[in-house]
Design a protein around this ligand. Structure first.
Ligand code: UD1
Length: 334
């Protein structure tokens, strides 16, 4: 108890939900976020939900002097690193910006941690590191690589950097978390996902169509080898995912070296399954059309969740109905 965690990118979608769960688990939370894809008001909202406003620094995590200040002013026990660019399409157009930002923030953070004797590090990775593999369910042991875009490669490269850093420094404790498809929002409706412009991901697109902001959903392909021909993914409630970070940080505090865990539910839902569930739970229509496949998509992706369950003692508990309900509850508040 009384431990302090630094959340980089802690005002973002996954970061803000993790801040809530960390505070509720008894951590003191310090957030560093440059607000490039988030808003200052999120910090107050975290306070509204938990009764404790996290300490907030508006700064770029790649800026050494800013990080230095945070580590000087607070005794940080562990770091969860969310800060990074994450738009797949944009990463294809601006690869250098993605490599520069995502790698730089990580390196600066690791160096600063080293200088201040901070050893526990949890990294926001992605199932995207499994590339085009169709060998489901994905286990942590299966090979990674073959990513389809620079965003994915940054996750892959950062995982490698962290493995090397942990191998060289016996004091370091690294946990790599490979997220499947986080959706939903906090049940309060106070925090959630706020995409910039036209959403790339499925759930934010569905909620915007349901609200009438967009005319209809384009379902990218219905000729995949799945039960209804549309892509199958492992959707996980963002609050379950956030709890996974609390478990991972505890694990990091008790172990050394580098461990990797999938964070998913182990269940696959197709695009049309999700649309149907959303309609049923929320009693709202989601018009859609079938469109061509999207480049870089695979048919089926879901997690083997055994390792997280047995080693971290963590398991997702919220079903797809709650994901749809909470995503809609959040969108309606916008
Ligand atoms: C994508 C990224 C992944 C990233 C994750 C972040 C790719 C190839 N992968 O995962 O690297 O970590 O987002 O959340 O981009 N779909 C539609 N219509 C839409 C949007 C999506 O039919 O308007 C379908 C997709 O084809 C896919 C499913 O919905 O079958 C989920 O798509 P999405 O939410 O974008 O996530 P992923 O592609 O799985």
């Amino acid at each position: 108890m009384g431990r302090t965690v630094l959340l980089t990118g802690g005002a973002g979608f996954i970061g803000s939900h993790t801040a809530v769960q960390m505070i509720e688990a008894g951590y003191e939370v310090v957030i560093a976020d440059d607000l490039s894809n988030s808003e200052r008001s999120v910090v107050e909202r975290i306070g509204e939900i938990t009764g404790t406003i996290p300490i907030f620094y508006e700064c770029d995590v790649a800026h050494k002097a800013s990080l230095e200040q945070i580590f000087r002013e607070h005794k940080i026990d562990g770091v969860v690193h969310f800060a990074g660019f994450k738009a797949v399409g944009e990463s294809v157009e601006k690869p250098l910006a993605y490599y520069r930002n995502n790698l730089d923030t990580t390196l600066t953070l690791l160096e600063t941690m080293g200088e201040h004797g901070v050893h526990d590090f949890v990294f926001s990775s992605s199932a995207t590191v499994y590339g085009m593999s169709e060998d489901v369910p994905f286990t942590e042991e299966q090979p990674t690589g073959g990513c389809t875009n620079p965003y994915g490669w940054t996750k892959y490269m950062i995982e490698q950097i962290l493995r090397d850093a942990a191998a060289a420094d016996p004091a370091l404790s690294v946990v790599l978390l490979r997220y499947f498809n986080p959706i939903g929002a906090h049940e309060s409706g106070l925090i959630g996902e706020k995409p910039n412009g036209i959403p790339n991901n499925l759930m934010p697109y569905i909620t915007q169509v349901a609200q009438g902001i967009r005319e209809q959903l384009s379902v990218f392909g219905n000729d995949y080898p799945t039960h209804d021909g549309t892509g199958v993914r492992d959707y996980i409630h963002v609050v379950d995912l956030a709890d996974g970070h609390v478990a991972a940080l505890r694990y990091a505090a008790e172990h050394k070296g580098c461990e990797v865990f999938n964070l998913g539910t182990g269940n696959g839902y197709s695009v049309l399954d999700l649309v149907e569930a959303f309609r049923e739970v929320n009693h709202v229509d989601v018009p859609y059309e079938i469109a061509p496949r999207r480049a870089g998509d695979i048919a089926t992706c879901y997690a083997d969740t055994q390792k997280a369950e047995s080693v971290l003692g963590w398991k997702a508990s919220r079903g797809v109905e709650e994901m749809c309900r909470d995503a809609w509850n959040w969108q309606k508040n916008q």
